[in-house]
Design a protein around this ligand. Structure first.
Ligand code: KG4
Ligand code: ZN
Length: 340
């Protein structure tokens, strides 16, 4: 493979429009992220139609800024899962650029991207992931637990049956009158409260690796309904404790069951300080190392998409296996194996 392979990544699956340039599979030259938070704030959640319009309005300038006048070898984009409108904008932009530059197009699974984001240390991709591992991908749209043998080799253990973890944070924030996105707001309030003030449920769903967070959210709404005066910090601290306890307990149980010594955590909720602290501490007590994504790359970004494309290309070249290009967009895309 050409040593200094240059890949432009594009991300547009939800509410961030992003483009990034990765050189040699290592050097992150640019990672431009336009966040649509202001557009969605007053609705306390992502409005798909507004998201599509904002992607369409911004994607050309974001790409131009990320690419500059650099030469290009591949264009990679997130082809799913995600909102259909955003995916279409990303695909059209990526394909147009690829045809114009006469370079190949590669589609990447957005959730795989969140795992690969753990490899970055600042602007360098470092192969920080140690295999085999159990991965927790935890964001506003998804919560999934995987057993991962290597790059591109996954066994999905479980997903959420209802709300994603980030979605639960956002909904609870809305109930409390806190602004969107709710995760950082709830987390900030939680620092001032008592984690054992209210005993919210921990839905561990024994016997499965699935998650279910709607019950915790409902318990919070009943608590608010039944109490005239509440301490917002106590509600936030107790809710966060229930969420984090559930995520950490299940992830560590999976690590034990699959006899792995490494855990990786990616996605927007991986920015949560209490989750980071608890997973590290309880992981260490179990002899398991935990690789969190750096905070800066926890939410949606194109750097992770470019890196995932690079790893796929590298694998295809090393093994002579055909490249899994995945360029058809799929809003409900599941992770598929392409590596060993
Ligand atoms: O990965 P992401 O940027 O977008 C999706 O792919 O969904 O994740 C966004 C989600 C939002 O639900 C947001 O509230 C949550 O990540 N989030 C947090 C924190 N920061 C962001 N949740 C809990 N604690 C945080 N500090
Ligand atoms: Zn995401």
């Amino acid at each position: 493979m050409k040593k200094e392979l240059t890949i432009l990544g594009i991300e547009s699956t939800c509410d961030e429009t992003s483009a990034a340039l990765l050189v040699g599979g290592k050097n992150l030259v640019s990672n431009v992220i336009y966040s649509q938070i202001e557009e969605h704030k007053k609705y306390h959640g992502v409005v798909p139609e507004l998201a599509s319009r904002a992607h369409a309005a911004k994607i050309a300038t974001v790409i131009a800024e990320a690419l500059g006048d650099q030469p290009l070898d591949y264009v990679a984009f997130a082809s799913g899962p995600g909102l259909p409108g955003g995916l279409m904008v990303g695909r059209v932009a990526a394909e147009t650029l690829a045809q114009f530059k006469q370079v190949p197009l590669i589609g990447v699974n957005h959730l795989e991207g969140h795992l690969f984001a753990c490899d970055f240390e600042g602007t360098q991709a470092q192969d920080r992931l140690q295999f085999p591992l159990v991965a927790l991908v935890v964001s506003g749209g998804h919560t999934e637990l995987w057993y991962v043998k290597g790059y591109g080799n996954y066994k999905v253990l479980g997903r959420t049956r209802d709300d994603a973890a980030g979605e639960a944070f956002d909904k609870v924030a809305k109930l409390l009158g806190l602004s969107y996105p709710g995760g950082p707001q709830v987390s900030k309030q939680a620092l001032l409260g008592k984690r054992d003030a209210i005993n919210f449920p921990r839905p561990l769903l024994p016997g499965t690796w699935e998650f279910s967070f709607s019950g915790i959210k409902t318990a919070v709404s009943y608590y608010l309904r039944d109490h005239k005066t509440v301490s917002v910090p106590d509600v936030c601290a107790s809710f966060e404790a229930a969420m984090v306890d559930t995520l950490v307990t299940k992830t560590l149980l999976a690590a034990k069951k699959y006899k792995v010594r490494h855990i990786a955590v990616g996605g927007g909720v991986a920015a949560n300080a209490f989750l980071r602290q608890e997973m590290q501490a309880r992981g260490a007590a179990q002899g398991v190392s935990v690789q969190f994504v750096e905070r800066k790359l926890s939410s949606d970004n194109a750097a992770m998409i470019a890196l995932c494309a690079y790893k796929k290309l590298q694998y295809a070249e090393k093994t002579g296996q055909p490249l899994q290009a995945n360029i058809n967009i799929d809003p409900n895309m599941k992770v598929r194996n392409w590596g060993k």
